[in-house]
Design a protein around this ligand. Structure first.
Ligand code: GDP
Ligand code: GDP
Length: 446
């Protein structure tokens, strides 16, 4: 099982310290994110861990539209989106600047929310400054956490309570009823045809239970059965509910995508054939990649494409060039409108999923490693040979391998890619992400 991580959204006015707090909480985990050539963009979300509790943090400030005409409206939308999609909301307030008129409005929006809400007053750099809190109590909130993102003051108290809330959500809602199900998320930017696709799929297949409660009270997943297999489409209600988001607020849809990606095995990345493959498509694909999902590209609205002028091969080549980090993701042209090739999606899912779950035996893995190294030796590190001692698969979904090395940091990215490709080829895992981590030999488990 991949870790299913609740989503914690940080909301608040600009300059209250959201991104400082975000960096504080996520920094230690960033090193684990694979190198991803082909996508450059700001990171506004990251993985965090407190004790053994894992969660994902979103800094919604990153999704604020600087060009929005109305600042208050923009923040309001940001907060409403977080309320809808996140599991826990953290309102960050500015302890140095004091209460602002916006804070009243924000607390009013948050008060009736049924999800856990944390009120954090930041920039309280020491115990002497805690008196700044008093002013905030007129907002009618029971408890504030005084913290200093910059100096770590108060963070332990806040984070342990946050971790408790995360644990409660895990216990509440992520019951393991869906172990036998293939969990599928349908993602893509607005208007590519996600809801048409869901409707097309639902129209053709037998619904097992519909609708069933998803992870949290307000996400609805759809479970359907087809040829004795069970598929769970994540957050179908969220997709079918017509997005009222205006074009300039499209950035917000990222939170939605993140949310369903953190719970899925297979991401169906829907692309509008008429628009071609856009930067936004690639950026959404990047999220799926970082969430370690297996991915399938669906080029939708194929009915509108002039087949004389353009071929699916063209899209395929374009995709391979633009999404270099997903060389393993199959592509299928479909029409959600006519239903053309929509059933084929299930065939592709059934190809991808077993690979995503597969386990390579340690014996086989080490034979592959030895052959790979014999075939192409890694370049020297400061005049010394890099030695690969031993490899073992630590988890699946996706297959994740640890290789023990004498100089883990010295293994070049291109050599890592080479090893991944060798494993792909020899273990016949051409359609799933594969992750490799290098560790110092001494840390090898007995
Ligand atoms: P955001 O716009 O909400 O993401 O705010 P930033 O994280 O960019 O922070 C805005 C400013 O507040 C920066 O100049 C930070 O250095 C400062 N700041 C953030 N956290 C603290 C803190 O705990 N104490 C103090 N004194 N300043 C802080
Ligand atoms: P979403 O925002 O991604 O959920 O997109 P929708 O499913 O609402 O589709 C956006 C628009 O594209 C609607 O007008 C659909 O009728 C249209 N559309 C969706 N799929 C297809 C398709 O395969 N062919 C054509 N011609 N139109 C489609």
């Amino acid at each position: 099982m991949p870790a299913i991580k609740p989503l914690v959204a940080f909301v608040g006015r600009p300059n209250v310290g959201k991104s400082t707090l975000f960096n504080r909480i996520t920094r230690t985990k960033d090193a684990l994110v694979d190198n991803m050539p082909g996508v450059t963009r700001d990171r506004h979300y990251g993985d965090a861990q407190w004790d053994d509790v894992q969660f994902t943090v979103v800094d919604t400030g990153g999704f604020i539209d600087d060009e929005a005409d109305d600042f208050a409206q923009s923040i309001r939308t940001q907060v409403c989106q977080a309320i809808e999609d996140a599991d826990i909301i953290v309102l960050v307030l500015d302890g140095k600047g004091g209460v602002s008129p916006y804070d009243d409005a924000l607390t009013n929006i948050l008060r009736p929310v049924a999800k856990p809400v944390f009120y954090v007053v930041n920039k309280i750099d020491s115990i002497e400054q805690e008196s700044a809190l008093y002013d905030f109590y007129r907002l009618g909130v029971d408890h504030f956490y005084p913290v200093s993102a910059e100096h770590r003051y108060g963070l332990n108290d806040f984070l342990s309570d946050l971790a408790d809330a995360v644990t409660a959500i895990n216990a509440d809602s992520f019951v393991d009823t869906d172990q036998e199900m293939i969990r599928i998320a349908v993602i893509g930017h607005p208007n590519v045809g996600k809801s048409s696709l869901i409707n097309c799929i639902l129209g053709e297949n037998r619904l097992l239970v519909s609708p069933i409660a998803g992870t949290t009270r307000d996400t609805i997943d759809t479970v359907l059965q087809r040829d004795n297999r069970i598929y769970r489409f994540i957050d179908t209600a969220g997709i079918r509910r017509k997005a009222k988001v205006k074009k300039k607020l499209e950035k917000f849809s990222v939170i939605k995508a993140l949310k369903s990606l953190s719970r899925c095995d297979v991401a169906l990345i829907v692309i509008d054939a008429q628009e071609g493959i856009t930067e936004q498509d690639i950026s959404i694909a990047g999220y799926a990649y970082e969430r370690r999902c297996s991915c399938i590209f669906l080029i939708n609205k194929w009915d509108l494409v002039n087949k004389k002028e353009t071929s699916s091969q063209k899209y395929y080549d374009d995709l391979r060039m633009k999404a270099k980090f997903l060389p393993f993701a199959p592509m299928l042209t479909i029409s959600a409108l006519t239903g053309r090739r929509v059933p084929r999606i299930f065939n592709v899912v059934n190809d991808v999923y077993p690979q995503y779950c597969s386990r390579i035996t340690t014996g086989e893995l080490n034979r592959i490693l030895k052959r790979a190294v014999d075939l192409t030796t890694p370049s020297l590190h400061k005049g010394r040979r890099i030695k690969f001692y031993y490899a073992t698969q630590i988890t699946s979904k996706p297959p994740t391998i640890v290789i023990f090395v004498n100089y883990p940091k010295a293994v070049h990215f291109s050599y890592k890619r080479y090893l991944i490709n060798r494993i792909r080829e020899e273990a016949k895992l051409d359609k799933t992400p594969i992750r490799i981590f290098f560790r110092q030999r001494g840390k090898q488990p007995k």
